[in-house]
Ligand binder design. Structure first.
Ligand SMILES: [Zn+2]
Length: 453
């Protein structure tokens, strides 16, 4: 329901009206209604991982696509759409620094066909697919442009690390074949062993009992932070127009820098920009970098503006701790529908992962981590519920990584929305979550990474 708070009601009514009219006309592409499908909006979401171009239309359309070489191009032919201003303005939507797209243009190719030509900066793997109306969106035709060598999260993390003083290099942990290592738990344990070594050499003074009791982390810890939503999926939107996806990224970036004050902690972000990442991909990214912890950052929303406070959730696959928690998990899981996942093709940089590992240890660790973070959040904000809550959040389903989801505050509450958008308050939230994580790590030192682990 919270997402509905955010809807631009006027437009939504308009779209519903159009949808109803099309239903009555009972045509596959809206042609026989005597009116061609109209392009409503074009959105481009550039990112290193992939660039997405979304065409939003008031009806379903037929399309074909193919690629050309020398120079590399993606061509999409769309049947029966009006050539309107939105199409004319297509080329302005592409930023000069887009990683993949050089130019996007459209022209009438045949009387009944509009041809989109995407000139590319590099060889790409395209995914072109449609999405049915959901939330505030009408029909969408999606053009995803992936590099033909997918971005590897582990390599990206190591490259980021190489800017710091860590003596880590990609060859030290053998990531030559990403698919091979991502597939098999045995490869994973090998990697874990190897990643531990550089961290040990980094620590100049050996961990003493005193250092341990002071909560010093004595091996390299990898934490994945997951800024909720992104790209096509704004998450909840406050009355003041602040979007959850913006707030979550800002807080996650602040949290990352706070956690990395400890030289034994390195942090990966599931997204470091405004683009959509499917929920399953977020989990896979955390596993790919051998995360010790996974923390998903969100901002809550409710129909009534009075709802307020911070909460922390862990996964429950046997029912939620409350109906509100169940509802919230469902809403967060709908991110894939809003953000737009191509159901015909698996995410191209994902390898299928075995998920039959035991979750017993992970669950109790998740709960301890959640309690620690909730306790610290209580110092900077009122708590929405005094206890950790549980529900079936898809993003918390890594079987081998303690995972929590933090609803920092209610973006649907005008006062909390203002605070969420405020840099100082974002820092306070990040500081509290950071303290909670570090306290958990001090009290529950992760086991040494060994082949027997
Ligand atoms: Zn959310």
């Amino acid at each position: 329901m919270s997402d509905k708070i955010a809807l631009r009601m006027g437009r939504r009514r308009f779209l519903n009206f159009v949808g109803a009219a099309l239903t009555l006309s009972v045509t596959p592409v809206g042609l026989a209604a005597g009116r061609n499908p109209t392009l409503l909006a074009v959105r481009v979401w550039p990112a290193d991982e992939y660039t997405r171009v979304t065409l939003e239309l008031d009806a379903n359309v037929r399309f074909t696509h193919f690629t050309l070489e020398n120079p590399d191009r993606l061509v999409v032919d769309i049947e029966g759409i009006e050539f309107n201003k939105a199409l004319e303005g297509l080329s302005d939507k592409v930023a000069a620094n887009d990683p993949y797209i050089k130019l996007l243009r459209a022209g009438r190719y045949k009387p009944d066909v509009v041809r989109l030509v995407m000139e590319l900066k590099t060889r790409i793997v395209p995914q072109v697919f449609t999405l049915q109306p959901v939330g505030e969106y009408a029909h969408r035709l999606v053009l995803d442009v992936y590099p033909d060598t997918p971005v590897d999260p582990l390599l990206a993390l190591l490259q980021q690390q190489s800017h710091s003083d860590y003596p880590l290099a990609s060859e030290e942990i053998g990531i030559d074949d990403p698919d091979k290592t991502a597939d098999k738990p045995t490869d994973k344990t090998t990697e874990k062993t190897n990643t531990a070594k550089p961290a040990e050499t980094h620590i100049k003074t050996p961990a003493t009992p005193a250092a341990k009791s002071a909560g010093k982390v004595n091996r390299l810890i990898t934490i994945t932070l997951d800024p909720g939503h992104g790209g096509e999926d704004p998450g909840a939107v406050g009355r003041g127009g602040n979007r959850e996806k913006t707030v979550t990224l800002a807080i996650a970036r602040r949290l990352k820098s706070k956690l990395e004050r400890d030289p034994n902690v390195r942090v990966a972000l599931t997204r470091d920009g405004d683009f959509f990442v499917p929920l399953g991909t977020r989990v896979q990214k955390a596993r790919r970098v051998q995360s010790d912890l996974f923390v998903s950052i969100h901002a809550d929303a409710w129909i009534k503006p009075e709802a307020r406070g911070s909460s922390v959730f862990v996964l429950s696959e046997k029912g939620a701790s409350s109906s509100a928690a169940r509802w919230l998990a469902q809403k967060e899981n709908d991110a894939d529908l809003v953000g737009g996942v191509n159901i015909n093709v698996k995410d191209p940089f994902l390898a299928r992962t075995l998920l039959d590992l035991s979750q017993t240890v992970t669950k109790s660790d998740s709960l301890r981590l959640a309690k620690s973070v909730l306790g610290e959040l209580g110092g900077v904000n009122r708590l929405h519920k005094s206890d950790v809550e549980q529900a079936g959040f898809a993003v918390l389903k890594a079987p081998d990584i303690p995972s929590i989801l933090v609803e920092t505050a209610f973006i649907s509450n005008p006062e909390e929305e203002r605070k969420l958008a405020d840099e100082n308050y974002q820092n306070q939230l990040a500081e509290a979550i950071s303290r909670g994580i570090m306290r958990y790590l001090a009290q529950n030192p992760p086991p040494a990474k060994s082949p027997m682990a």
